[in-house]
Write a protein that binds this ligand. Sequence first.
Ligand code: SF4
Ligand code: SF4
Length: 167
Amino acid sequence: MPVSPYLKAFNKKVVKNKTIFRRYLTKLGKRNLTTLHTDIAALEPKVWQEVKCLECSNCCRVMTPTFTKDDIKRIAAHFGQTPLEFTDQWLKYDAKDGDWVNKVQPCQFLNLKDNKCSIYDIRPSDCSGFPHLTSPRGSDYLTLYKNNIEFCPATYALVEKIQQLHG
Ligand code: SF4
Ligand code: SF4
């Protein structure tokens, strides 16, 4: 599937608004809102009513997950490979962050015809949790959203909703 109209529309919108939203998140962090954690938990289900990952797949196209040792063992075994064979074929080591990451983008496991992950049931734990809208606590949320807002419509939608709630 080529880039969907949904993703094209998002990319256009985000180019225009990403700086505005990042500035907003910086200001929001300085307010130290005590309800932020519970507000975000309440807003997340509304985000997923609007955002459809199968019309997007942008994270799999333009970002890379990190692969833990367990991820590598599990996925390598699925393909009948040793962990070393798997990393040699697909991954590179990011020495700065100490992470195994994909060599190529889009991810080699993304089926570009239907936007589905071809290893969905055994995908890396980073993929299972992405975009991690509710797992971090405190100001970690805001750094994560600043990093992901440019790529992830769900993150963008959540920040929009936070802004509508808190101004
Ligand atoms: S492993 Fe699957 S979910 Fe993770 S980036 Fe690749 S295609 Fe996407
Ligand atoms: S998690 Fe975000 S970037 Fe990934 S497919 Fe869903 S909406 Fe798109």
